[in-house]
Design a protein around this ligand. Structure first.
Ligand code: GAR
Length: 204
C-alpha cells in the first residue's frame, strides 16, 4: 500500500515539507517520505524531518569544491534511493541537467507566484514591485529552465494595498500548503497526463 517513496529536497525552514509530512502520515498522500536532503546544514526543515523520524542527509553545498561535485553527490544519493517522486520544497538551487535527465517528469517544485509571472528568487517581492492585484502559487514539473516546467496546479490569492513582502508571502504560503499535497497525491495516484506543456488530470 504505502510503498511509494518520495525524496524531499530543502534549503530552509520547511513549512512545505511539514505539509507533506502531515499529509503522508495521515494517509492523504499514498506514499511516504523516505529521505529529506538539505544543501544547508542549518535548515530548520531538517529538524522537522527528525521530529517525524524521517531519515535526513546534509549535502553542505559550501563543502564541495564546485557545483559539479555537489551535483555528483546528489545524483548518487538520488540514484541509490530511486524514489518515485522528488519534491523540491523551498530548495533554493537550480537542479542540474544530469539529474533532470535521469529523473525526467519525476521532479516537482512549488513556486510562490502564478507562473510564468515572476520566476526565480523573491517572487513575492517581484509581484509587489510589479503591482499585480492577484498572485498565488504554482506546482510544476521541473525541466531544464528556471521555473518553466509544465504546470500541475495553481492557486490564486489577492494582493492587498497594505501588503508587505512578509504578509503577501504568508498569504501565499497558506495556499502552497494546500496545493503541494494535492499535486503529490495526484502524481502518486498516477492521475497526471503530461502532453507537451499541458498537464491533464485524469478523470475517474
Ligand atoms: C516557499 O514560499 C516556496 O514556494 C519558495 O520558498 C518558500 C520556502 O518555504 N520557493 C521558492 O521560491 C523556489 N524558487 P518553506 O521552506 O517554509 O517551505
Amino acid at each position: 500500500m504505502n510503498d511509494k517513496q518520495i525524496v524531499v529536497l530543502v534549503s530552509g525552514r520547511g513549512t512545505n515539507l511539514q505539509a507533506l509530512i502531515e499529509t503522508t502520515q495521515n494517509g492523504y498522500i499514498p506514499g511516504k517520505i523516505s529521505l529529506v536532503v538539505s544543501d544547508n546544514p542549518q535548515a530548520f526543515a531538517l529538524e522537522r524531518a527528525r521530529r517525524a523520524s524521517i531519515p535526513t542527509l546534509v549535502l553542505d553545498y559550501d563543502s564541495f569544491p564546485h557545483k559539479r561535485a555537489y551535483e555528483d553527490a546528489l545524483l548518487q544519493v538520488l540514484e541509490k534511493e530511486d524514489p518515485q517522486l522528488i519534491c523540491l520544497a523551498g530548495y533554493m538551487r537550480i537542479v542540474g541537467k544530469r539529474i533532470i535527465m535521469r529523473f525526467r517528469e519525476r521532479i516537482i517544485n512549488i513556486h510562490p507566484s502564478l507562473l510564468p509571472a515572476f520566476p526565480g528568487l523573491e517572487a513575492q517581492k517581484q509581484a509587489l514591485e510589479y503591482g499585480v492585484k492577484i498572485s498565488g502559487c504554482t506546482v510544476h514539473l521541473v525541466d531544464e529552465g528556471m521555473d518553466t516546467g509544465p504546470i500541475i496546479l495553481q492557486a490564486s490569492c489577492p494582493v492587498e494595498d497594505e501588503d508587505t513582502v512578509e504578509s503577501l508571502s504568508e498569504r501565499i504560503l497558506q495556499y502552497e500548503h494546500q496545493i503541494y499535497p494535492q499535486a503529490v497525491k495526484l502524481f502518486l495516484e498516477d492521475k497526471l497526463n503530461v502532453i507537451g506543456r499541458r498537464v491533464f488530470i485524469k478523470k475517474e
